[in-house]
Design a binder for this molecule. Sequence first.
Ligand code: PXP
Length: 290
Amino acid sequence: MTRLGVNIDHIATIRNARGEVFPSVIEAALIAESNGADLITAHLREDRRHIKDKDLLLLREVIKTELNMEMAATTAMLNIALQIKPDFVCLVPEKREELTTEGGLDVIKNFDNVALMVDKLQSNHIKVSLFIDANEQQISYAQKTNAYAIEIHTGKYAKSKDNYYTQPEYLQIKNMVEYAHSLNLTVNAGHGLNYHNVAPIAQLPHIHELNIGFAIIAQSVFYGLPSAVSQMKNLIAKDLIHSQYLKSGLGENKKITTRWTKCPERVIFLFLTTSRFQRQGVYDDFWNWS
Ligand code: PXP
């Protein structure tokens, strides 16, 4: 089953907005774990705008699942990772002025540095994934670094408005997941995924893990964190059924409507995710009885 990594950065964003000690990222991680998170993801940015070093140290001690530390490929970050010893490090590009991570790491341009970081981390039993665009050359260089995994950047795909299955970005991701799998890379994905666009990605064969943050924390404002995490987990798990359906020979270009009508749960989901029903709490009830 596809694993769900819950990124808790934006719990820290809220905490830091008032210079407070709450909401606690530790509490958030524990709630996420007890509601279906398979791992906890946190990005230690160079400007420390959300997660702080101390958060990671505490998370390392307290969480019962696995810890995935996202970080820039710098010596300063490497030293922190070696001290914290997360289970995974995801190397990401980082620019101070960006709102969030924009675009994947350029493994080709930074090959020597990335390969060195992978070697240092993996020889210290920290598995490394490289956050990259769905690009064949980047993937083949990622494999040459010996990284255990790649995380495919889904940001561009996530911006498409509807009919996700026919978007060029989706088809590109689908092909690149296959390609990376053929190179024996573990394939994760993330960025911009939400309750509406996660299913087509989750149901791709060979997707191992999805890392999702903003949408879950945003949803938790209205429905609470336990519900926000379990709803996402349900969506990912439910799609196992649908992926069997996809694999059963119906080609990618068949009309999306056929798929939706053949999957009644999805029709109900679409219906219940309209804001009117969300306000009435019907959406939550759906998850309780489905
Ligand atoms: N994966 C990586 C590598 C990221 O940098 C981020 C954002 O920190 C995410 C996943 C999660 O993205 P989002 O918050 O849009 O779900």
